[in-house]
Design a protein. Structure first.
Length: 85
């Protein structure tokens, strides 16, 4: 099996690929590097909880007539790749 030839990307193609990707927060990276493995895991868990809380509030505004349980199910569905159809 032959490996396909890779084509060199132009500056414009590269710019289009990276457009919209947030820049690296070097201060945050240095902070995370200074933590122990356990502390880094806890930071990840806190960040994950923040993301869920933000999405929960977004859904609550988008679907004002739904119960908190229904909103939580939407959040779960949003962050879960498994579909329960």
């Amino acid at each position: 099996m032959e490996t396909p030839q890779r084509k060199e990307l132009t500056r414009e193609e590269i710019a289009e690929i990276v457009h919209g990707i947030p820049s690296i927060d070097w201060e945050r990276m240095r902070y995370l590097a200074s933590l122990t493995n356990a502390e880094r895991i806890l930071e990840g868990m806190r960040d994950s909880e923040k993301a869920r809380a933000i999405k929960c509030e977004e859904f609550a505004l988008q679907f004002p007539n739904e119960t908190r349980g229904e909103i939580n199910m939407r959040v779960l569905q949003h962050f879960t790749s498994v579909r329960m159809d």
